[in-house]
Design a protein around this ligand. Structure first.
Ligand SMILES: Nc1ncnc2c1ncn2[C@@H]1O[C@H](COP(=O)(O)OP(=O)(O)OP(=O)(O)O)[C@@H](O)[C@H]1O
Length: 259
């Protein structure tokens, strides 16, 4: 078996006359938290969709546990920016729906949904409809829904982008708490536009080139865990932010014709 949980080699993906990914290489260990950061349109979401089996690719290999990704994989759970909740179902039922699709019996569905809602701190809101929840609460329901079916890999596509700064920081902390609390840590790939978010959450940050996208740099985030408010104010954090900003700015300038 491959030593890597996720092993993407020389991945190429193109739409007609439009290369999106080229020679994209990324290897992620089991239980690692990796963020993908790069200029707008560089192909972050595309790679995430390829990994989740939602889109195909043209070149290279995308392996999970040494096996090629072929179609939607139940071991990969996806959380998008838009909450994608069913508006007519309660928080509890929205979580249960993913389990129902996977054939989990009713009693077990109820029990597991209640348990993950407790994990994300929403027990008291279990019977509310999505429109009765705040944006942050809705995103927690979306996370609970994915956690409920216990995928090995969690992929997030800018899940907190639509939230206000305070809620966003709060949920970053909550996400780490949940990730660190399970019996085995899930492998996470997290797409974001926010440098601070990537640093706060990750073990490593994969920095992409402007399109066609490939991984240009991998930056180690050697900040201790658990991460706290002090983490954000540490000199180490500031040092990593400077390094990430420098790499990102280079790409953006190149994209503006400064090369
Ligand atoms: N279905 C599609 N057909 C044609 N082109 C597409 C399609 N989906 C995405 N693209 C193009 O592929 C490129 C990469 O898109 P993608 O959404 O992966 O980038 P991104 O890095 O996630 O962008 P952002 O940071 O702005 O969310 C863009 O140029 C986009 O216009």
């Amino acid at each position: 078996m491959s030593a890597w949980k996720i092993d993407a080699r020389q991945v190429g993906k193109a739409y007609p006359n439009h290369p999106v990914l080229e020679d994209f290489d990324l290897r992620i260990r089991s239980g690692e938290f990796v963020s993908l950061l790069g200029p707008s349109g560089c192909g972050k979401s595309t790679f995430l969709n390829v990994l989740a089996g939602l889109e195909g690719y043209n070149d290279g290999d995308v392996l999970i546990d040494g096996r090629h990704v072929e179609g939607v994989n139940k071991d990969v759970g996806v959380v998008f920016q838009s909450y994608a909740l069913f508006p007519w179902l309660s928080a509890q039922k929205n979580v249960e729906v993913g389990l129902k699709i996977r054939g989990v019996p009713r009693a077990e569905r109820r029990e597991r949904a209640a348990e993950v809602l407790r994990t994300v701190g929403l027990s008291s809101a279990a019977n509310r409809l999505p429109h009765q929840l705040s944006g942050g609460m809705r995103q927690r329901v979306a996370i609970a829904r994915v956690l409920a079916y216990e995928p090995d890999i969690l992929v997030f596509d800018e899940p907190f982008a639509a939230l206000d700064a305070q809620t966003r920081e709060f949920l970053q902390g909550e996400l780490l708490r949940i990730w660190e609390s399970g019996p085995t840590r899930k492998t996470v790939l997290f797409v974001t536009h926010s440098i601070d978010e990537a640093i706060f959450l990750s073990d490593r940050i994969a920095m992409m080139t402007r399109g066609p996208g490939r991984v240009k740099d991998l930056i180690e985030v050697d900040l201790p865990r658990p991460r706290t408010t002090e983490t954000r104010n540490s000199t180490q954090f500031t040092r990593i932010r400077a390094e990430v900003s420098r790499v990102l700015e280079q790409e953006v300038h190149l994209g503006n014709g400064d090369d």
